[in-house]
Design a binder for this molecule. Structure first.
Ligand SMILES: Nc1ncnc2c1ncn2[C@@H]1O[C@H](COP(=O)(O)OP(=O)(O)O)[C@@H](O)[C@H]1O
Ligand SMILES: [Mg+2]
Length: 444
């Protein structure tokens, strides 16, 4: 992509309304545009990041055996009256009346809707187990939307719902999502720590939040330090096998959010291993048994006759929040440092002397080759001076910068800079393009 044809409205000034680095940088890098409190447009650069995050979440959901679908943002109030949550959900629910005076709402979550879909089509134990998911915009009329996309009112969430015959089977679904989440966040370059958590308005009695440790996180969390560098299970996990041992490994050490924190249990962690910190919740998993299936009569016939309300769980990932969380976890004073997996472009080409025939030709060639190879280049072909190009490229945080100028070309070389380390190397254009193809093109 040529910058001159792209839409990248970067800001030089630091926006005063932004209190944390990720919010500041998302505004400065031209990723988002605020429409109202907690409601954002995703500008092209931000949208690419959002799509990359969504795609990784999707791939790991599919790998774990979940099935993708799409439900609407608007829901009829009747469904929520059936479960009893229409009143209980309170002011966070945006209620809407249509022209026929029918009560509707902008969905904050989809337990009711999918339970109703399930009961319409699935009547027998033979249909089980099932995990269905979608990635859709949610609305929660938060009292204090803040920190940009981290606590928005409209936000993109992946939510999955599992249906099983009994608690033991529901545990297996829970474990699938649990392991899938560890792999999902790890692929985005995030170290997540699963922590025991309260169930809140979803209900039920088993829940974990997946927390990214960060000083600017909204939640106070307490955990054993060894969890902070625990490796993720890896993509070769057999999701049809028994995952309990893997889940036990990740939950054996103390880890809890403030709401369920048990100081006495925490004190049993050796003092040098006790970590009390702040964190960002990027996902949460719940098992809530028959809470919705009983209220909404989602039952299946059993093998030996008789009926059973299905055991359910739900599993959310904050897709839009993750864009902010990754920046909180990965930036420096110059700007964002994108992990390769979700970077909006993988390499920025910087032309040091726009208008110089040889330099323009070398940049054009690099752009073409990288584009064809699928290395997703962004070519800064603007008339700006070099300093401004460097600063902007550092700020938007692409993993690699390919710097091409007349002086180097005279000696047959270009410069390659890695954003994360700041390391620079001088090499021939061919060698640089070879290296970039290896680094930036996804092999899977
Ligand atoms: N207001 C919000 N803005 C952005 N993301 C949110 C917001 N509320 C929840 N999320 C994301 O969606 C995921 C699932 O939400 P859920 O656990 O149901 O909500 P909550 O944690 O508010 O009870 C959370 O882990 C979080 O990553
Ligand atoms: Mg939550």
């Amino acid at each position: 992509m040529r910058l001159s044809r792209y839409f990248l409205p970067t800001l030089k000034e630091t926006p005063s309304e932004a209190q944390i680095a990720s919010h500041r940088l998302m505004l400065r890098a031209g990723m988002i545009h605020q429409e109202a409190a907690g409601i954002y447009s995703w500008l092209p650069l931000g949208f690419k990041v959002l799509q990359n995050i969504e795609q990784i979440v999707r791939e790991e959901q599919n790998r774990a055996g979940a099935i993708e679908m799409l439900m609407p943002t608007l829901q009829p109030a009747e469904l929520w009256k059936e479960s009893g949550r229409y009143e209980a959900y309170g002011k966070e629910m945006l209620r809407i009346t249509d022209r026929h005076k029918r009560e509707m709402l902008y969905g904050p979550t989809n337990e009711e809707m999918l339970t109703a879909i399930f009961r319409t089509y699935c009547r027998s134990y033979k249909e089980l187990p099932k995990i269905l998911y979608h990635t859709q915009w949610k609305f929660r009329d938060e009292v204090r939307p803040r920190f940009g996309v981290m606590r928005g009112r409209e936000f993109l969430m992946k939510d999955a719902y599992s249906f099983d015959i009994d608690e033991a089977a529901a545990r297996r679904s829970y474990n699938r999502m649990f392991i899938a989440y560890l792999n999902t966040f790890s692929r985005m370059g995030l170290q997540s720590v699963p922590m025991r958590a309260e169930t809140g308005p979803i209900g039920g009695d088993l829940s974990h939040e997946f927390i990214i440790l960060a000083e600017t996180g909204e939640s106070a969390v307490y955990c054993h330090k060894d969890l902070v560098d625990m490796p993720s299970p890896g993509l070769d996990v057999d999701f049809d096998g028994d995952l309990q041992a893997l889940v036990d490994e990740s939950t054996a050490l103390y880890a809890a959010t403030e709401d369920v924190h048990d100081e006495e249990a925490f004190m049993k962690v050796p003092e040098e291993k006790r970590l009390s910190a702040r964190g960002i919740e990027v996902g949460q998993v719940f098992y809530f048994g028959t809470k919705y299936s009983e209220a909404m009569k989602a039952t299946v016939t059993l093998k030996g006759g008789g009926e059973q309300a299905v055991h359910m769980g739900s599993y959310g990932v904050g897709v839009s929040r993750i864009a902010g969380a990754v920046i909180e976890a990965s930036h420096d004073e110059d700007g964002i440092i994108w992990p390769m997996a979700i970077a909006p472009f993988k390499v920025g080409i910087i032309n040091l002397r726009q208008g110089d025939t040889d330099t323009d030709a070398a940049c054009d060639q690099a752009h073409q080759v990288l584009e064809n190879a699928g290395a997703e280049p962004l070519y800064d072909d603007s008339e700006n001076r070099a300093g401004a190009k460097f600063a902007r490229m550092d700020m938007i945080g692409l993993p690699w910068q390919l710097i091409i100028g007349p002086r180097g070309l005279k000696d047959g070389v270009v410069e390659l800079k890695e954003r994360a380390t700041g390391e620079r190397q001088t090499l021939s254009l061919d060698a640089a393009l070879n290296l970039l193809e290896k680094q930036c093109v996804r092999s899977e």
